[in-house]
Design a protein around this ligand. Structure first.
Ligand code: HEC
Ligand code: HEC
Ligand code: HEC
Ligand code: HEC
Ligand code: HEC
Ligand code: HEC
Ligand code: HEC
Ligand code: HEC
Ligand code: HEC
Length: 349
């Protein structure tokens, strides 16, 4: 009886703003044993770690800023929905709310936002990547979207890519050696603008993979730092495969067709798909009957050298073809421009 009275007093005499508004909720939710009973009979904890919330970027928010549908106390049986973070983080939001490069629009246009819209219960809402009460700035090591934590965060739902990535050259460098210059999932896929590889505008579609890899692998200073050859990036575009891909032949090999997708390893690693011993199998996926001889020689040939044989001449042919086509286009534009200025002058005169 006495406890009920104290509870009643606290509830109604604590001011309804600032700390008071939070205490109104935390008075129950700080109890570790507070539980919710699901229709199935199972119990889930509804304990709230106040310290975590206080340390987070949202330390100044009140509970109901996020839980807008908790309108009565007690609320057993009240239908409480998930929190909509984009109630605040929308494009054009007040200046103190971070909204760089329109996260909201990107997310709802992504494969994840699309699945949420379609009602897929497995698809991630903002809080499935960022956490609910433990939201931190990405640069904070505690954040679930800190570069080092990203693979595990995405990997909660995408187990196979995560397992492979963990043991790849990039994954080992990031997770075991703390090298920040290698890609985490989001450096190849994007963070809020993740698309299915089947979409031509996805950064991991066959057409875009070379561009995505060469963002780093054509960076001279970076590659020198890690003693990785720049030749692959330089020569791919002019290789059979690179040219075929450029001309819309999606079946041609992109970087990932040879190196693997999430299991990329150094060529010297026996488990690498481009290790000498594995080349017949790797090339053979698309060139049936490829044997050791087929795969012989350096793959990333320097197309500018005549010693590359037929590769050199094919490359030359395409360069001449391209230059010729461009030439004709330029002459056309010039003549058109000339005609238009002449007409304009005559019209004005
Ligand atoms: C009298 C104690 C009490 C107070 C005060 C209280 N809650 Fe609750 N809350 C509970 C209990 C018990 C549950 C589990 C309800 C159930 O079983 O459906 C719950 C559930 C919730 C849930 C839903 C969790 C889920 O997974 O469905 C949210 C969100 C919540 N409370 C937020 C708040 C907020 C915000 C306040 C302050 C405005 C608040 N609570 C005040 C006891 C309380
Ligand atoms: C920044 C927004 C935000 C604030 C502020 C916030 N919450 Fe939450 N809360 C969430 C999210 C997100 C979840 C995860 C469930 C979901 O997806 O909606 C959650 C979950 C909960 C749950 C369900 C149990 C759990 O941990 O999953 C309870 C209860 C709860 N919050 C109570 C509170 C209380 C009490 C406060 C104030 C002390 C508070 N929340 C402040 C966003 C917030
Ligand atoms: C009531 C408005 C509101 C809601 C709801 C809200 N936020 Fe925020 N959020 C803010 C404000 C304000 C800041 C800036 C805090 C500061 O810098 O002091 C912020 C900061 C952030 C940051 C830090 C950005 C950075 O670059 O440091 C992230 C990440 C974030 N929010 C994610 C979320 C997520 C995820 C949710 C849903 C669980 C959410 N927010 C819900 C208002 C909100
Ligand atoms: C699939 C996972 C995922 C989802 C879903 C997601 N984010 Fe993010 N978000 C990230 C990652 C990863 C980063 C940090 C990337 C980096 O900069 O290293 C990030 C960064 C941010 C930042 C910091 C500013 C920035 O651009 O770096 C804010 C604010 C933010 N997200 C808000 C949101 C909001 C709001 C939603 C929902 C509309 C959302 N996020 C949905 C993964 C996600
Ligand atoms: C070095 C770049 C790169 C990194 C890092 C990377 N991916 Fe991928 N990912 C790709 C490419 C390229 C594809 C497209 C493969 C294809 O064409 O099918 C892909 C495809 C996917 C797919 C869809 C196909 C499938 O295998 O299910 C998922 C899901 C995925 N990645 C998740 C992840 C996750 C999770 C991580 C981090 C643990 C990650 N990726 C890291 C390049 C990368
Ligand atoms: C809460 C679970 C969850 C999290 C966390 C998550 N995803 Fe997803 N993701 C999904 C679901 C569900 C789909 C739709 C899959 C489908 O339809 O097969 C999807 C689709 C994808 C696809 C397209 C796959 C395809 O074949 O079309 C890629 C790529 C992807 N996610 C990458 C990521 C990356 C990168 C992260 C981390 C930044 C991430 N996901 C975090 C659940 C999640
Ligand atoms: C964000 C930058 C970045 C992106 C994007 C990236 N890489 Fe890397 N990659 C690196 C760095 C840095 C290293 C060196 C790591 C080390 O030695 O610890 C590396 C190492 C490698 C190696 C091993 C080289 C060796 O001999 O040790 C291969 C192979 C490789 N990357 C292929 C790829 C492919 C294929 C893609 C695209 C699907 C890609 N990388 C995307 C930065 C990147
Ligand atoms: C047709 C298959 C194939 C394609 C396509 C391909 N590679 Fe390679 N790559 C190889 C082979 C085989 C090796 C082993 C060494 C060699 O022959 O140069 C290699 C080696 C490498 C190395 C290691 C260099 C070193 O110093 O150890 C990197 C990095 C690399 N490739 C990146 C890329 C990138 C980035 C792309 C796309 C722009 C790409 N590769 C496209 C087959 C390929
Ligand atoms: C993803 C499929 C794929 C993979 C893997 C692949 N190629 Fe190709 N390759 C093609 C396509 C498509 C062409 C375009 C010409 C054609 O249709 O023959 C081509 C053309 C070539 C050509 C020039 C034309 C010819 O048929 O002689 C050579 C040489 C070649 N590839 C070597 C290799 C080698 C060596 C490997 C392994 C390191 C390899 N390829 C892996 C798809 C692939």
């Amino acid at each position: 009886m006495k406890r009920a009275l104290v509870f009643f007093l606290v509830l109604f005499f604590v001011p309804l703003s600032g700390e008071g508004a939070i205490r109104k909720c935390i008075i129950c939710h700080q109890k570790p044993e507070l539980k919710k009973v699901l229709p199935s009979g199972a119990e889930v904890s509804v304990y709230v770690d106040r310290k975590l919330l206080r340390a987070s970027v949202h330390r100044r928010l009140k509970c109901q800023d996020c839980h807008i549908d908790v309108t009565v106390i007690p609320h057993k049986g009240l239908k409480i929905g998930r929190v909509h973070c984009d109630r605040c983080h929308y494009q054009g939001a007040p200046k103190n709310i971070p909204q760089p490069d329109s996260i909201y629009k990107k997310y709802w246009g992504s494969v994840h936002g699309g699945k949420v819209k379609a009602g897929d219960p497995r698809a991630p809402w903002c809080q499935d990547c960022h956490g609910g009460h433990g939201v931190f700035s990405p640069s904070n090591p505690r954040s679930t979207v800190n570069k080092k934590k990203v693979p595990a965060t995405c990997g909660r739902c995408h187990r196979k890519p995560y397992q492979e990535y963990k043991n790849s050259v990039h994954g080992v460098a990031l997770l075991k050696k703390g090298v920040m210059a290698v890609p985490a999932c989001v450096d190849c896929h994007g963070k809020h603008d993740v698309y299915s590889p089947g979409k031509p505008y996805s950064s991991v579609s066959p057409q875009k993979v070379p561009e995505t890899c060469t963002r780093c692998h054509a960076d001279q200073a970076l590659m020198r730092r890690f003693k990785v050859s720049l030749d692959p990036a330089k020569t791919y575009k002019e290789s059979f495969h690179g040219i075929a891909l450029e001309f819309g032949e999606m079946r041609a090999a992109n970087c990932s067709s040879c190196h693997g997708i999430h299991n990329i390893r150094a060529p010297s690693d026996p488990l690498s798909t481009v290790n000498k011993a594995n080349l017949p199998k790797t090339c053979g996926k698309c060139h049936p009957g490829a044997n050791e001889n087929f795969a012989k020689g350096k793959m990333h040939l320097d197309m500018h050298s005549k010693s590359s044989g037929v590769v050199y001449y094919v490359a030359k042919f395409f360069i001449i073809l391209t230059a010729g086509t461009m030439g004709v286009i330029f002459i056309h534009i010039f003549l058109d421009f000339y005609r238009k200025t002449k007409e304009k002058k005559e019209g004005m005169g």
